[in-house]
Design a protein around this ligand. Structure first.
Ligand code: PDD
Length: 286
């Protein structure tokens, strides 16, 4: 297999030649922003929404670097040359290389921009459901107060996720000290009762997932569901018919267990209806 081509600072180069300085603030401080853009059959999903979030997040950390048109071209080029039909584009902008390590930053640094593709699972549908639902471990959310920004400093998420996997679970489900659910370690959460589809309302404690937004828009458009953004607790999951996770790489994934309690669809699978609508409409959003 020929070596994968990645993008680094203006050049498409073999992955083994892509190197950065250890003085890069992304390496030293996790000082950067990233996106993951899903593509199926080489077509990106909601690319402009991902670029909107990237631009907004760069602004949120005062990383002034708006090259949106150039980045769109880079992303499309990586997709068309990707070894995989179904791939995610990892797109990363860090604040760049500084002469000396200091917490404060200068606005004159040249950002480091790195992007590459990786394979993701083929889309699911009601006719092709996953063999097993996801098993989640609930944990108190110990991350910082800006989980709405997609920063590369993911150690909090990493430790939550790893602790869940070490105990034999697929992902961590996070709740705050006040008991309110935020999200999973790398996904958003949906709780379903009958045709009522609920997800935590957006604030600084969770990422405004692009997939979450698509699910809400598509289900609202269909008018077959009552869709609400509200406060949710762990107990709501145990009372629910279904629980789903959403992300760019998982799309909508059913959950089968939280801690030691099974979550089984008590009604006809609403996930089946939702995933089919999602597959039907997911390319309609810019
Ligand atoms: N994770 N919440 C967190 C903490 C996430 O890391 C992600 C995505 C999501 C879902 O967002 P979206 O629908 O935009 O993918 C929610 C990505 C896939 C990752 O870090 O690899």
């Amino acid at each position: 297999m020929t070596e994968q081509i990645v993008y680094l600072n203006g050049r498409f180069i073999p992955k083994s030649e892509a190197t950065i300085s250890p003085m890069d603030r992304g390496f030293l401080f996790g000082d950067g922003i990233y996106e993951v853009i899903p593509c199926h059959g080489r077509r990106p999903i909601a690319l402009e929404r991902h670029l909107d979030r990237l631009t907004r997040n760069l602004d949120a950390i005062s990383l002034r670097c708006n090259e949106r048109d150039k980045w769109r071209t880079v992303i499309l080029e990586l997709i068309s040359n990707s070894p995989w039909e179904h791939c995610g584009v990892y797109f990363h902008v860090s604040r760049g290389v500084a002469e000396r390590r200091h917490h404060t930053f200068s606005s004159t640094l040249e950002p480091t921009v790195f992007a590459y593709t990786f394979d993701i699972p083929a889309p699911r549908s009601s006719a092709n459901p996953p063999e097993h639902g996801l098993k989640l471990k609930s944990q108190e959310d110990l991350r910082w107060q800006h989980c709405d920004i997609k920063v590369t400093a993911l150690l909090g998420n990493v430790l939550h996720y790893q602790a869940a996997v070490n105990e034999g679970f697929d992902e961590a489900l996070l709740y705050r000290q006040d008991g309110l659910l935020t999200e999973a370690a790398a996904s958003n959460i949906f709780v379903v009762s009958g045709r009522k589809v609920m997800t935590p309302r957006l604030d600084q404690h969770l990422l405004p997932g692009i997939t979450r937004g698509l699910v809400l828009d598509i289900l609202r458009m269909s008018q077959e569901f009552e869709v609400t953004e509200c406060d949710l607790r762990l107990s709501d999951c145990f009372d629910a018919d279904e629980v789903w996770l959403s992300s760019s790489t998982r799309e909508i994934a059913p959950v089968s267990m939280i801690d030691s309690k099974p979550i089984t669809a008590r009604a006809k699978s609403v996930w089946g209806l939702a995933i089919d609508l999602f597959q039907q409409h997911k390319f309609e959003f810019a």
